[in-house]
Structure formats: structure tokens, C-alpha cells
Design a protein. Structure first.
Length: 150
């Protein structure tokens, strides 16, 4: 759900995941993780329609940080978090950093676009959405858009 990376309300990257699970054992056979980051792209290099919503982590001054250094730091952080996954220690931090929580969102379910409010994140990472009628939907996958964000 919160797979977009924002700095100053500009999308600077995103994370894509795919997993294969073994339903009999309840385990994950494998996980594929892809991370895309706009490292240092001038605003005018983005297509006109994206210039107000897309950004880069560095805006013309990476202070000596290279792409390789950034990749190494990301990998080190992922390796640090792996032992915490089983105990769900990371969920509190994830919730703190989420820009989706307590926001009005739009999502697609069974090909239908629906609106609601993101009210919480479960320990398994699923997003809890409340609709205007008070009904609750648990989202485990799909595309979620924050309504009203530039």
C-alpha cells in the first residue's frame, strides 16, 4: 500500500513486491523486491504533467553520495530490519512514517474504484479502510491513491 516514497510531497521513488506463498505450510517461498529512486533529476527533465508531483532525493547536490553508496545503505537498512519482521517491531515505525494513514483514499477492488479513509495498518501490513457507511475493508494488495495530494 504505502509503496511510494515521498519527500516534501513529491514522489521520489517507489517499491514493488511480489511473493509466492505456500498455503499448505503458511510460508513464503520467495519474495521479489524492486526499488526505484529518482536520484538526481532536475525538475524540468520530468514530463510537464509530472513536474509538480515528482521529485528527486537530491536536487542538484548529492554532497558526494553516489548511487552505489545509496544502494549499499538501502541494503544495510533492509538487512537490519529482517530480524524485526517476525516480532512486528517494524510496524510501529511503518505507521509513524506512513503518509496514507488518516487520509481519504481511493482504491480499486474487483475492477471497481472505491473511496474510504485509511484508518490503520495491521501487523501483517494490510491497510484498514473505513467507508463512509462505516463498513471496513482490509486491503492486502492493489493500488491506493491519496485523494487531494499533489
Amino acid at each position: 500500500m504505502d509503496n511510494d516514497i515521498f519527500i516534501d510531497n513529491k514522489k521520489v521513488g517507489g517499491i514493488l513486491t511480489e511473493a509466492s506463498t505456500n498455503f499448505e505450510s503458511g510460508t513464503i517461498d520467495y519474495l521479489i523486491l524492486g526499488i526505484g529512486i529518482n536520484f538526481d533529476i532536475p525538475k524540468n527533465n520530468f514530463p510537464k504533467e509530472l513536474q509538480e508531483i515528482a521529485g528527486s532525493i537530491f536536487k542538484g547536490n548529492s554532497n558526494g553520495v553516489t548511487r552505489n553508496m545509496l544502494c549499499a545503505e538501502i541494503i544495510n537498512n533492509i538487512l537490519t530490519m529482517i530480524p524485526k519482521i517476525k516480532s512486528y517491531d517494524f510496524i510501529t515505525e511503518y505507521k509513524k512514517r506512513s503518509i496514507t494513514l488518516n487520509k481519504n483514499i481511493q482504491y480499486t477492488s474487483a475492477g471497481i474504484s472505491l473511496n474510504g479513509k485509511a484508518i490503520d495498518i495491521n501487523n501483517d501490513g494490510s491497510l484498514i479502510v473505513e467507508h463512509d457507511d462505516g463498513s471496513i475493508k482490509i486491503l492486502n494488495s492493489g493500488e491506493v491513491t491519496i485523494r487531494g495530494i499533489n
